[in-house]
Design a protein around this ligand. Structure first.
Ligand SMILES: *[C@@H]1O[C@H](CO)[C@@H](O)[C@H](O)[C@H]1NC(C)=O
Ligand SMILES: *[C@@H]1O[C@H](CO)[C@@H](O)[C@H](O)[C@H]1NC(C)=O
Ligand SMILES: *[C@@H]1O[C@H](CO)[C@@H](O)[C@H](O)[C@H]1NC(C)=O
Ligand SMILES: *[C@@H]1O[C@H](CO)[C@@H](O)[C@H](O)[C@H]1NC(C)=O
Ligand SMILES: *[C@@H]1O[C@H](CO)[C@@H](O)[C@H](O)[C@H]1NC(C)=O
Ligand SMILES: *[C@@H]1O[C@H](CO)[C@@H](O)[C@H](O)[C@H]1NC(C)=O
Ligand SMILES: *[C@@H]1O[C@H](CO)[C@@H](O)[C@H](O)[C@H]1NC(C)=O
Ligand SMILES: *[C@@H]1O[C@H](CO)[C@@H](O)[C@H](O)[C@H]1NC(C)=O
Length: 787
């Protein structure tokens, strides 16, 4: 064979291996063959939003007469792609998918479900089992219930099956009696050998190991610790895994800091850790405990995962040291479910060098406590002080959790149960639904086609008058179960912590009620306590929305909810205490010293990060805050800004227009004109409000000031007017005059200007705004150096 030919073959091989494209010819040992099928389609291949090619499933189903194809009735805006989710194959009796596969290779099987209405069959009625190569993967599975509990529009499940010796993989779909089954997408991808080659030691049984090679596994979680979401097309080895951000899984208010490998550190694979294990992007970001050794000694960096009880789980931890080069610089202990699984972990000692990744597997049995439909896995890191390392710190770069089949060869858990709060919220929604349409008509009349400050004012008056009706209407039928991280306090604890709601402890008054400074745990922890007006039903919905959202969200720039109390008709929320109060109280109408420009930039960057996280990183869906304003940006004792007040927030699965059109809400002066013109909610409404916040930071004045002449009363109008004429000095906060780098000022003003563009489509994303602000800060810092 000549050389060119060999190179061509090689290129072809890598092309096939890296693109997982679907080839329908017979397999041979040298070519890994993947099947990527969009179920219920025929003929043409489809391309998803990530650029992957999906083929028709029609040649793989048998018997073909037992199923039909259908399109979903409606498309939720949070679906990541119409392919494969908008088409489905519906089964009313037993059927199977059959694939010819290599005989000695483990296989990934990924199943995709979008619970919608298909051919008049409501997917809430679909209960079915899926059996792959003899393993029960799903049993009495309801995609509808599962998606609802997870507040997701769709469900994607990944399984890893041991080699199929016959070379013929059968995936059986078994609808429950009188029910039907549906499936939107199916992927069968040969797995490289090295992913599960070693057995994992079972925690607590030093001589018992779990043989991963012969077991089937379900991927429960796959996260890029301290890093960002990695889409299937950006995964290494062409393996099309999805890696999620870790912040939703962090426990408590102490969650360390994230760090990135320096550009000069080369992160590289080795014989033990190849590109099959994880992308380099996972290894080049990490979460560590933070710079203060005394703080680190006193807390555990902890992640919590909800899992089905009664199974063995393998927790795979990915590490890569990029800050230190020597042994004993960073030594820590690792706990899984409060048991020590590793003492004296030292990543350099394991890997041998900076920039070399390692991973460790720990297997743990999660007990089946009677009655519980779910359980937790805690992974905690703590510095090992007795080793006397140079730094009291710990590091983690990536984490995966896999469920192992039980002795009967099943992986199926129970459907999650909806929480009592969710059920209550739905009851409320039903009671109140008649007022929806009335309100919708009224608002439609007011808002048609006009915009500007005057209309905002009209709507505001209207909103104020109707507020009692409003608050309860915003029914979110996709609200999720309350997370276990959120504490439920007794009323006496709250009374004790606030001197029985002593007026002298009031630090703020909002639409919801009063906010008190208080303590919990017998005075040990300072907190902010938000109490709704007792005996009033106002705000029940907001109260529940806030608990449901915040108990799941963890981010450095979102205020942390510690717990709640719902007793005696009281609705009380308990948050981390923010020593420096709201942003607004440092900007105007205050005797506090004016904030320096750099601090303002840092505060804006923090808030932008919080919002960016809500829009993109928080989960698999978008969260729209809907009430961004300077009183909802809080500052802790280190001036770190945090977004607060999620009472009006909406989550993605509900964002289709039919739900949104009656619910124009928000605050006077911050409302996106396009939102009430078209009554269509998108994350760009938050961008508009954030633009108003940027102008407040720049100008040091409120968004509306009625005592000024008409052209100056509305901050946005006035600022745009002056900027268009190039008169930035007329609007800038006098305390900043001459103290801002002119280039920085220009970029900042331009960013603010773009945010308040009339049309949402002309506004930048929060990610773009964030980049501009960070650039401003860099410019400002460089000025400092020159001075
Ligand atoms: C469908 O498959 C299940 C599981 O394999 C089996 O128990 C059941 O009897 C089958 N039903 C029919 C009608 O064949
Ligand atoms: C499906 O049924 C559920 C509950 O039975 C209901 O809430 C939902 O609106 C129905 N969906 C459609 C599209 O009909
Ligand atoms: C670990 O310990 C903490 C505190 O003692 C407890 O709240 C938590 O439930 C434990 N976690 C597990 C999974 O047992
Ligand atoms: C960290 O977790 C371990 C295991 O649960 C526990 O024994 C220890 O007390 C925790 N340390 C701190 C400081 O919370
Ligand atoms: C620290 O690690 C050593 C092993 O290197 C271990 O013997 C010791 O128990 C660990 N200390 C703690 C507090 O876990
Ligand atoms: C998983 O299933 C296989 C095949 O049924 C079985 O050999 C293995 O023991 C099971 N794994 C566990 C941990 O029970
Ligand atoms: C396996 O199946 C048997 C018989 O159905 C059942 O009694 C047993 O509890 C099952 N084992 C597990 C681990 O679910
Ligand atoms: C199937 O799941 C539903 C919802 O979780 C549950 O109510 C029902 O009892 C289950 N049926 C069986 C036969 O397990």
């Amino acid at each position: 064979m000549n050389c060119t030919y060999q190179i061509l073959l090689l290129v072809l091989y890598f092309y096939l291996a890296n693109n997982s494209i679907n080839i329908l010819s017979a397999p041979s040992e040298s070519k890994p063959i993947s099947y990527i099928l969009s179920c219920g389609t025929s003929g043409q291949d489809d391309i998803d939003s990530d650029g992957r090619k999906w083929s028709s499933d029609v040649n793989f189903v048998s018997p073909s007469g037992n199923s039909m194809t259908s399109k979903a009735l409606s498309q939720e805006s949070s679906l990541p792609s119409t392919v494969p989710y908008m088409n489905a194959r519906i089964f009313t009796s037993n059927s199977s998918y059959n694939f010819i596969v290599p005989t000695k290779t483990r296989l990934w099987l990924r199943l995709h479900f979008y619970p919608s209405r298909y051919n008049n069959l409501n997917s809430s009625k679909a209960y079915f089992s899926v059996i792959g190569n003899g393993f029960t993967l799903l049993k009495n599975f309801s995609a509808f219930i599962t998606a609802k509990a997870l507040t997701q529009a769709y469900i994607a499940r990944e399984f890893s099956l041991p080699p199929v010796e016959t070379g013929d993989l059968s995936v059986a779909i078994v609808p429950f009696d009188g029910s039907h089954a549906f499936i939107n997408g199916i992927e069968v991808i040969p797995m490289p050998d090295d992913i599960f080659q070693y057995p994992a030691t079972l925690v607590g049984y030093s001589d018992y190991t779990v043989d991963l090679h012969s077991s089937s596994l379900q991927t429960m979680f796959r996260i890029n610790v301290g890093g960002q979401f990695i889409a299937p097309n950006d995964d290494s080895g062409g393996l099309k895994r999805t890696w999620f951000d870790d912040s939703p899984y962090l426990l408590g208010a102490a969650f360390g800091v994230t760090s990135n490998a320096d550009k000069n550190v080369r992160i590289r694979y080795s014989n033990d850790v190849t590109e099959d294990i994880a992308p380099l992007e996972v290894y080049s970001t990490a979460r560590t405990m933070g710079p203060d050794p005394n703080v680190n000694r006193n807390y555990n960096l902890t992640w919590v995962f909800r899992v089905d009880p009664g199974f063995i789980y393998v927790v795979r931890l990915h590490f890569c040291e990029f800050d230190f080069t020597k042994v004993n610089q960073r030594v820590f202990d690792i706990f899984v479910n409060n048991q020590t699984v590793q003492s004296g972990a030292d990543v350099i000692a394991w890997a041998g060098s900076k920039g070399l990744p390692v991973y460790k597997d720990y297997a743990i049995h999660v007990e089946d406590q009677s009655g519980a439909s779910d359980s937790e896995i805690w992974v905690a890191l703590h510095p090992n002080v007795s080793a006397n390392p140079e730094h009291y710190d710990a590091i983690l770069n990536g984490l995966e959790v896999f469920k192992v089949n039980d002795t009967n060869g099943t992986l199926a858990g129970l459907n999650p149960e909806p929480s009592a709060l969710l059920v209550n919220a739905e009851e409320h929604e039903k009671e109140l639904s008649p007022s929806r349409s009335r309100l919708g008509r009224l608002l439609g009349g007011v808002a048609g086609g006009i915009f500007g400050c005057a209309v905002v004012a009209m709507i505001f008056v209207f909103v104020r008058r109707k507020r009692n009706d409003w608050l309860l209407i915003n029914g979110d039928s996709h609200a999720s179960t309350i997370s276990g991280h959120c504490r439920c306090f007794a009323l006496w604890e709250i009374k004790q912590g606030t001197n029985n709601f002593d007026e002298s402890k009031v630090i703020g008054i909002g639409g919801f009620g009063k906010v008190y400074k208080g303590t919990i745990d017998y005075g040990a922890t300072k907190v902010a306590i938000k109490r709704s007006n007792p005996n009033s039903h106002q705000g029940v919905k907001e109260f529940h929305t806030e608990i449901q959202l915040l108990s799941k969200l963890r981010h450095q720039h979102l205020v942390s909810l510690i717990g709640f109390c719902e007793e005696n008709g009281e609705m009380i929320l308990v948050y981390d205490y923010m020593a420096n109060g709201t942003l607004r109280e440092h900007l105007y109408n205050t005797d506090k010293p004016p904030l320096p420009w750099k601090k303002r930039l840092e505060i804006a960057i923090g808030a932008a990060k919080g919002l960016h996280y809500l829009h993109t990183g928080a989960a698999k869906y978008t969260i729209i805050h809907r009430d961004v304003k300077t009183t909802n940006i809080l500052l802790d004792e280190n001036w770190v800004s945090k977004v607060s007040d999620f009472g009006l927030s909406k989550t993605g699965p509900n964002l289709d227009q039919t739900h949104v059109h009656t619910m124009v809400k928000g605050s006077f002066g911050y409302l996106d004109p396009e939102y009430y013109r078209r009554q269509q909610l998108t994350e760009k409404s938050d961008v508009y409000s954030f633009g108003v916040v940027l102008f407040e930071l720049l100008c040091g004045r409120p968004p509306l000031k009625r005592n000024l002449c008409r052209e100056q009363a509305c901050l946005v109008d006035w600022a745009l007017h002056c900027l268009r004429k190039g008169h930035v000095n007329e609007i800038i906060d006098p305390s900043l005059m001459g103290k801002v780098n002119p280039w920085c000022l220009e970029i900042f003003a331009e960013a603010a200007q773009k945010c308040v563009s009339d049309h949402g489509s002309d506004r930048p994303s929060m990610g773009d705004v964030l980049r501009n602000l960070e650039f401003c800060l860099q410019l400002e810092e460089n000025t400092d150096i020159q001075l």
